[in-house]
Design a protein around this ligand. Sequence first.
Ligand code: F6R
Length: 611
Amino acid sequence: MCGIVAYTGKREAYPLILKGLKRLEYRGYDSAGIALVNQGIQVYKKMGKVAVLEDSLLGISLSSQTGIGHTRWATHGEPSDRNAHPHRSSNGKLAMVHNGIIENYALLKQELSNKGYQFDSDTDTEVLLKFIEDIHIHHAGSLEEAVRIALRRVVGAYVIIIVDEDDPETLIAARKGSPLVIGIGKGEHFLASDASPIIEYTKEVVYINDYEVAIVKPDELILKNLGNERITPFITQLDMELAAIEKGGFDHFMLKEIFEQPVSVYDCLRGRLDAQLGTIRMGGVDPHLDKLTNANRIIIIACGTSWHAGLVAEYVLEELCRIPVEVEYASEFRYRNPVIREGDVIIAISQSGETADTLVAIDMAKKQKAFIFGVVNVVGSSISRQSDAGAYTHAGPEIGVASTKAFTAQLVVLMMIALKVGYAKKSIDKVRFLHLINELNEVPEKINFILQSAENIQALAEKYKDARDFLYLGRGYNFPIALEGALKLKEISYIHAEGYPAAEMKHGPIALVDESLPVVFVATKDAYHEKIMSNAQEIKARKGKVLAVISEGDVEFISIADDVMVVPVADELIAPLLSVVPLQLLAYYIGLAKGLDVDKPRNLAKSVTVE
Ligand code: F6R
């Protein structure tokens, strides 16, 4: 939520920051703005996407070697020019960008108003900047000291970066709860919410931790804690290529990422699952396997699509490992008083590794001495660093706001863990273990097969794009896929869609069924296939349209359905990895047919770093 880029060095800051903001636009696109330091500070900001800001600046001379930029996902204050970042201090000497939420901003605003401060926006950011300004003028010698004093009083989450016209080459940055990476170049530094704006210039980065303040000059990076003690920056090497964050010939990141799944699933299996030897080795799991095999209970915490991966994992872990599993929305878990006992293991699932609710839920569970196991995509992210152990999903950067390849990679990691634990516990025998290893190994090829039917799915999208509502139904391992299919459609096409367990339909949602309602059945072959066929008959009997994801060769379902999307036959445990792919494509093509911006759906942002 909100993307931040900043630069200080010898290059022209504006084009570099603008390009960085475009890479970070997935984090929010309500407004964009830039502050450049050159004989004073010039601030340019506009409501809308980064391209709107860019257009507004055509023909203007913008020379500067130090600057900050921001792309916003609105929290406090509607999307507008005046609420766009950067914000300026009252005396105009400072400008600041912020990602996060200042929870006690109302109190601080009141204090500042009593002192005569005026506000030009409705944002918490402007309040924080003026609070820092006030401390700087009246109490602190240096700006960095003012920042430290101010942040000790702030409740909430933030990354801030400030420029000061009196110290034109210096950036002051600080973090708590939201992400910040600093790229180290020769005589230059790059700051950003993630590594994508930096990768082109340097692979040496420092991930800033909570309660750290960075004083960044072209030739120097000083890190301190809020108590003014120096911290040695820990430099890591980025393991990411520029090509991975570009569209590579596809019209949208979402389509590229859907089509990358044969490779991303393969990358996730690579070096871990050996079908010939019949083994699964996971560097982050093996040393802690006993924690999982001895677990009394596994609690999975996640949000959104990652929560759906958790639901599939619940079914798979209980089936293969015979350990009770609970799946919790991180946002609910953190605000109730959950019972966490010794022997409970928490699995936290997150693509970005920065989701605020998941992070806080982890923190809470850690305080109750739970063992935290992270399943995360972004290397070096906050959740990966907060976890006691974990496994990366290795799906590569996911830029499309709707999660696709990260979801399938999460499923693969969770299935491998379940297989390892089940086999170690002897709750599955060798024959089943080897069978499922082989099935997992075949997934990349099977996804390739599904992708070849993209054109057919596009035709279905044209046919159904004008529906007002959709119902998605599934049973067993495919029930979470019905939820995920409905979520994808909602996000990308703005069509109302509900996911439901197929059998539960008759307890309520069946009232919605008429000839205008497409009902998508996720109905690959499993032990109870005839049950879901009966549910489809019940929809047909009420004149609903039946659209189904089915296994290859399922002629019976073809005879019931109005339209089908076919996936290769697979073990029912593995089927979710396949049945989700046509639903991703369906959502993508419906969004496309409706002329929507599928990579940047309205109101959404990737990496939800606010509560
Ligand atoms: C949906 C989607 C979101 C995320 C959710 C959690 O397509 O992407 O629902 O799954 O915001 O994000 P992570 O996995 O980064 O914690």
